[in-house]
Design a protein around this ligand. Sequence first.
Ligand SMILES: *Cc1c(COP(=O)(O)O)cnc(C)c1O
Length: 372
Amino acid sequence: MSRVYNFSAGPSCLPEEVLNECAAEMLDYNGTGQSVMEMSHRSKAYEPIIQDAEAMVRKLMNVPENYKVMFIQGGGSTQFAMVAENLGIKNKKAAYIETGVWAKKAAAEAKKLGVAVDVIASSKDKGYSYIPRVEKVTGDYDYVYICLNNTIMGTHYEYLPDTGNIPLVADISSCVLSEPIDVSKFGLLFAGAQKNLAPAGVTLAIVREDLIPEPENCLPGTPTMLAYKTHADNGSMYNTPPCYTIYVLGKVLHWIEKNGGAEGMLKRNKEKADYLYNYLDSSDFYRATAEKGSRSLMNVPFLTKYSKGVADDPKEKEINDKFVKEATKAGLVNLKGHRLVGGMRASIYNAMTLDGVKALVEFMKKFAEENK
Ligand SMILES: *Cc1c(COP(=O)(O)O)cnc(C)c1O
């Protein structure tokens, strides 16, 4: 068996140790004679698994006591609606910073639900290649919404806007536990797990208790399952949770702890990202698309010198396809760029090793030499 280096934007690579542990426990978890996939979520064997996962989130992210930690289904995309339905209830008005696809989708969902959306800043003018600076937000907004790490554009906030008493909401799907985050600065954080935490199927939501309304106070027509209160009051067990995904998530969290927690991940991730960006910045064949000062440590989109920034340019398409094909042959997979940015994208989440990034850069050098 040989494993590849997987640069997928999500679902993405998981730590090999975790996969091995899951494999070892597949048929008989902890002497139960069952797989975690097969057992009741209300069983004595399962309950400690979900409780430990929550405790580990609290520990690694330093979650203050007055926040609820929830495991919800429906992915990050369902959170776009849940945020509006649960928080956009007082003035029915919210501010969104538009930094790309995911922030736009979130705003569109809020609008659809009748929340008045003010786009208070946007980086659309330069193809979302940077994070706009918003120092202070004031107004009668129910919340201010940001996407902390923009998976597609490869950008990341290096600051947080000062929103005073207005709750700050952040989508941290692609940067959760890749770095320390001060939870107390936010009213609500959410992250689909399939980028940095687990296989697909669960979304982590961390919400300040006073922001969780009674279900009947959510926007009219909010389904029971889309009220945070439903999940908060039932320890994420109102209905059947994605049991197996939460089990893997727990294991990933222990792996993160063993590797230095959020601080350890930041160190590891900076080392990897620096290695790749330094090469990109020194190359006359490739260039990173995200501006310095806004660059993601997790997602690194890049173009070749053949790119004219014109979608579907035949020469560009040819070279990109060749890159992806040859990289795959070399055991470096899922490097195709998102269609909105073009080129290639290397997602280098927590589980990607420095060796993987070095192998990628070696391949890139060789490819540049052969195609100059
Ligand atoms: C992947 C992603 C999403 C969408 O997540 P789904 O779980 O597929 O709904 C939302 N926001 C960000 C930042 C993402 O990277």
